[in-house]
Design a protein around this ligand. Structure first.
Ligand SMILES: C[S@@+](CC[C@H](N)C(=O)[O-])C[C@H]1O[C@@H](n2cnc3c(N)ncnc32)[C@H](O)[C@@H]1O
Length: 401
């Protein structure tokens, strides 16, 4: 017999499905419907089934990692392929292929068309269309899960102190290196390429709007910048290959002012200079632990930078930014990050916070933690703009008067 909770969730799923038909509400309504479906699944699953699922879940990531390693995504294109065919193409043992494919078919990556016969599923199609999504899986597995496996022994060693970067943190413990994550990344060009590529398509996995879709760009940033001006409109600090600035420039092709991309020289070396140039994005190597060389830009933009660093390092980066900002709201600080709610953090954000702990000894922050961190460096939060249901926000701050 179904419980009243389950019956009520089924009603909510039905009304959520109707809301999804309304085009104006589509994005939010779909996210809401998915959240209700997840609650329904959790309610239907017995505790034993849930515990078994948690215990075995890492093998799903493992199967996907191996599929990418064997290039199964390219091996199964428009035609269905047998396990023997895949073994011939990839050089792997047929029986190994069968065992990995069983799991991948249950995950919706591939579809089982018959005995040892496979076609591409919608997840395979998405992964094939966007190589950066494969890099996402690979880096999460190779960096994140390898380090995560060492977290219990590390916590034991540190008497269960909350991990913070100190040069002898989890990362160093897990990879037996004196280097921090970024220096370690730079030692291997393929590793670094995969990491920066994995940043490119992250927004496809979320229902969030881009920051410039919800923020009054023209009114708040460029209304007083003269056309064809040499003034700097936007500096994307730690902007990787320039993915966010490119998206901004295509949404606002005629905004006045210069667009500047900053990152470590190593990261910029792999960026597509031609695409950046076409969108008039200037790339400048800059370490954000050094003084900010661009003074008085209309906005200093940081996306997923501060969650990579513990408070002490964040304060140094902020000090350099504050020193470059003009007062009176003429320069603004724009930070796109997750702002955790005080209760009811989503599963994804809770997991991502643990990922930050594992890679960087850092964390995701709630509204109070953001306000305090920025306030310590003389910044005042003007507004926190929500970009999607329960996920990223744009924190807008100016120098305190
Ligand atoms: C999580 S990625 C975010 C990239 C980009 N902002 C985005 O959201 O797609 C962090 C970025 O910070 C850059 N970074 C790390 N340490 C840095 C430093 N000391 N100075 C400048 N950039 C740095 C990395 O190279 C990387 O591109």
């Amino acid at each position: 017999m179904l419980s009243s909770e389950v019956l009520s969730l089924i009603d909510q799923v039905n009304s959520g499905a109707k809301a999804c038909q309304d085009e104006n509400q589509n994005r939010d309504a779909q996210a809401e419907l998915l959240a209700t479906c997840r609650k329904l699944t959790a309610e239907l699953e017995s505790p034993f089934e849930a515990i078994r699922r948690f215990s075995f879940q890492p093998y799903e990531t493992l199967a996907l990692r191996i599929a990418i390693q064997l290039n199964l995504l390219d091996a199964i294109k428009d035609e269905d392929v047998t396990a023997l065919g895949l073994a011939t193409t990839t050089g792997a043992d047929r029986l190994l292929i069968v065992r990995i494919m069983r799991v991948l078919c249950t995950m919706g990556v591939f579809t089982e068309k018959g005995v040892e016969l496979y076609g591409a599923g919608r997840i395979a199609l998405a992964l094939r269309a966007r190589p950066s999504l494969r890099d996402n899986v690979t880096t999460l597995f190779d960096f994140g899960l390898n380090a995560a496996a060492k977290l219990p022994s590390f916590l034991e060693k540190t008497s269960f102190a909350n991990p913070t970067r100190d040069g002898s943190g989890l990362w160093q413990h897990a990879f037996n290196t004196p280097l921090d994550f970024w220096a370690w990344l730079e030692q291997d060009p393929e590793r670094a390429r995969a990491f920066h590529s994995s940043m490119v398509d992250r927004r496809h996995a979320s229902a969030d709007a881009a920051w410039f879709e919800n923020y009054p760009v023209v009114a708040n940033l460029c209304s007083t910048v003269p056309p064809a001006s040499a003034e700097v409109l936007l500096v994307d600090v730690g902007g990787g290959w320039g993915q966010d600035l490119l998206a901004f420039a295509s949404a606002h092709p005629s905004v006045p002012g210069r667009l500047i991309l900053q990152d470590r020289a190593h990261a910029l070396a792999e960026a597509d200079r031609e695409s950046l140039g076409r969108r008039r994005v200037e790339a400048i190597a800059h370490d954000f632990f050094d003084p900010q060389p661009v003074i008085g830009a209309r906005a200093y933009y940081f996306h997923h930078i501060f969650h990579d660093w513990p408070d002490a390092e964040c304060r140094t980066i902020l000090q350099h930014t504050v020193a470059a900002m003009h007062p009176g709201g003429r320069s603004r600080l724009l930070i796109v990050e997750d702002v955790l709610p005080d209760v009811g953090v989503s599963s994804y954000l809770g997991l991502r916070d643990m990922h930050m702990m594992t890679l960087f000894g850092s964390m995701e922050r709630n509204r109070g933690q953001w306000t305090e961190l920025l306030g310590q460096e003389g910044l005042e939060v003007v507004k926190i703009w929500e970009l999607g249901p329960k996920s990223e926000s744009l924190i807008e701050a100016v120098l305190r008067q």
